[in-house]
Design a protein around this ligand. Structure first.
Ligand SMILES: Nc1ncnc2c1ncn2[C@@H]1O[C@H](COP(=O)(O)OP(=O)(O)OP(=O)(O)O)[C@@H](O)[C@H]1O
Ligand SMILES: [Mg+2]
Length: 259
């Protein structure tokens, strides 16, 4: 039987048939504000609490922004500072990554927006190529077994050349696979409605796809989550409504859903 890694959310583990098969690379696709970053942080926090080294590579928000949002929303995550402080849960933002790679890609590090805006022309693809190539070092350094990357849409918007972007995605997936880490890679859905879902072709080679989107109730849109595909486990493919609570992401009405 395949070993499973918990997502940290009981309901998610239920619809996944026990969790994410160890070593899988999973795309988490969702609309703006769906709770993608929080989903990742619950996954990392709960695993770190079990003693499993976890890490997030945040290409959008700074470490401070992530921590502030998690503490505001998941008020039950009382050990977060301790786990981050001890390195059990590592948060690598652009500043930390740049430091690690000893890159000179940014002219200013004042904030995430100016970081992106001030990237010198022609160096962006190099930065992400180097990031993919340095992933192994980063994973070895922290001995991370579960990781999250947030998010690929940032990279796609920064790399103008689609060939370079696909190379980055391919290199990254390859490196994650060869390091046998269980990972969640975030991407944005341009139209997060149930009947408008479109997944980029490059995501089909990943082990799993989880989507957070709006399904339609009578006269209302319902934030829902669906396991679109997951290699190595017998999972549900039903869209299940979810709610973000102080203790994590809760799936609603699970008992009424067929397997
Ligand atoms: N205290 C709270 N209780 C319930 N829901 C909350 C709370 N705080 C924030 N949220 C929800 O969490 C969402 C933000 O979560 P998160 O940052 O993980 O989303 P995201 O999908 O990563 O967003 P983005 O597209 O900006 O990256 C908000 O849109 C809001 O709906
Ligand atoms: Mg986010």
């Amino acid at each position: 039987m395949v070993e499973k890694i918990s997502t940290g959310s009981e309901g998610m583990d239920t619809i996944l048939g026990g969790g994410i098969p160890k070593g899988n690379q999973v795309i988490l696709a969702g609309g703006p504000g769906a709770g993608k970053t929080l989903f990742c942080m619950e996954f990392l926090y709960k695993n770190a609490k079990l003693g499993i080294n976890s890490a997030i590579i945040s290409l959008e928000e700074t470490k401070e922004q992530i921590l502030q949002n998690v503490k505001e929303t998941f008020t039950d995550f009382t050990n977060i500072d301790e786990l981050v402080g001890s390195g059990k849960l590592a948060i690598y933002d652009i500043e930390a990554l740049t430091e690690i790679m000893k890159g000179v890609y940014f002219e200013s590090r004042d904030n995430a927006t100016s970081q992106s805006a001030s990237m010198r022309e022609g160096t962006i693809s190099n930065f992400f190529r180097d990031l993919a190539q340095n992933l192994t070092n980063l994973l070895n350094k922290q001995k991370a077994e579960v990781i999250a990357i947030d998010n690929l849409t940032v990279v796609r918007n920064l790399i103008k050349d689609s060939y370079d972007y696909r190379n980055f995605v391919g290199d990254m997936a390859q490196i994650l696979k060869s390091n046998a880490v269980t990972s969640i890679i975030v991407t944005e859905l341009s139209d997060p409605r149930e009947d408008k879902l479109v997944f980029d072709l490059e995501f089909f080679s990943f082990d799993g796809i989880i989507a957070m989107y709006y399904s339609f109730g009578i006269g209302k849109k319902v934030p829902s989550i669906e396991v679109v595909k997951m290699r190595g486990t017998d999972h549900s493919t039903v869209a299940v409504p979810y709610k973000i609570t102080s203790s994590g992401i809760k799936l609603l009405d699970l008992e009424h859903k067929p397997g």
